[in-house]
Design a protein around this ligand. Structure first.
Ligand code: SF4
Length: 286
């Protein structure tokens, strides 16, 4: 664990729930390394812009911080350049569902073997409180200058209908449960999407709302192999923060199909690019 944390000073607000994601992730990869399932050297993480994206500074593995909403295509590019790498992308809800929505849908459709962890606090937090696509109606948004009136996006349902092969929801403060989901996502072959409910305690504190309404899919015998069942469960919570909501967390769906890398393997230009990449790597070895 010590090896996986950097000396970088953490600039999140004291008590921020992002600490829960940081702990769950470092525990998950630490266990996978100790179990001999992955090697530290082959892990690459990318981050977007916002409180979520800062996480890449705090984890001692290969990392790259990209542009707002573009950490996912950056991660896919890294994976295509070297398919032996384990690529994990960290983005916020603003990053993923606002700025980078087309990348999210493309990744679900194309199935690269890349993992996406979304810190969803339903607000642009770093810029102090503008609404995002998952903000509930009635929230006062500093960018609108009034209360949100739109219907929120349901990212779980969107991922499912876009073709994602691993779809899960976790909660930032249920660390053991989140660690279990992250381990499963990393071991899955194909695009893994984890939506993490991550309340921003400074600008949008939803902790008590979530904690009163969440339940684990494993506790009700949910079958993640069934697309129909996953879609039905995904529609149980619509992000409007209604009083009578029930919020399922856990693995909604898991299936296997050809990855983007496998699909491209037969293409001549892809083979040439891979050879060139290998040569560049050899030339830049110190
Ligand atoms: Fe965490 Fe919110 Fe502070 Fe960002 S603004 S560090 S999400 S508590």
């Amino acid at each position: 664990m010590q090896d996986l944390r950097t000396q970088c000073k953490i600039s999140w607000c004291p008590g921020c729930t992002n600490f829960g994601i940081l702990t769950a992730f470092t525990q998950a990869i630490s266990e996978l390394i100790n179990e001999g399932k992955i090697r530290k050297e082959e892990i690459v993480i990318t981050g977007g812009i916002g409180c979520a994206g800062k996480i890449v500074d705090y984890i001692n593995v290969n990392s790259f911080e990209g542009l707002h909403g573009r950490a996912l295509p950056l991660g896919i590019g890294i994976k295509l350049g070297n398919p032996n790498l384990k690529v994990i992308v960290f983005q916020g809800d603003g990053d993923t569902y606002n700025e980078g929505l087309e990348h999210f849908i493309s990744a679900a459709k194309e199935n690269p073997d890349v993992k996406l962890i979304v810190h969803d606090n339903s607000v642009f937090a770093l810029t102090t409180g503008q609404h995002t696509f998952t903000t509930e109606p009635g929230f006062y948004s500093r960018s609108l200058g009034t209360f949100v009136f739109e219907k929120p996006l349901n990212p779980i349902a969107l991922a499912l209908v876009s073709g994602a092969t691993f779809v899960a929801r976790g909660y930032a403060l249920w660390i053991d449960h989140l660690k279990y989901i992250i381990k499963e996502a990393i071991l899955h072959k194909g695009f893994s999407f984890i939506e993490v409910l991550q309340p921003c305690i400074t600008f949008h504190d939803l902790r008590s709302y979530y904690e009163k309404r969440m339940y684990k899919l494993e506790d009700i015998g949910h079958n993640p192999a069934s697309f129909e069942e996953a879609l039905k469960r995904s529609l149980e919570y619509d992000y409007t923060m209604s009083d009578n909501a029930k919020i399922p967390i856990g693995i909604f769906y898991k299936s296997e199909r050809k990855t983007l890398e496998e699909g491209l393997e037969a293409k001549e230009w892809y083979k040439i690019e891979r050879v060139l990449n290998k040569e560049i790597l050899e030339l830049t070895k110190v």
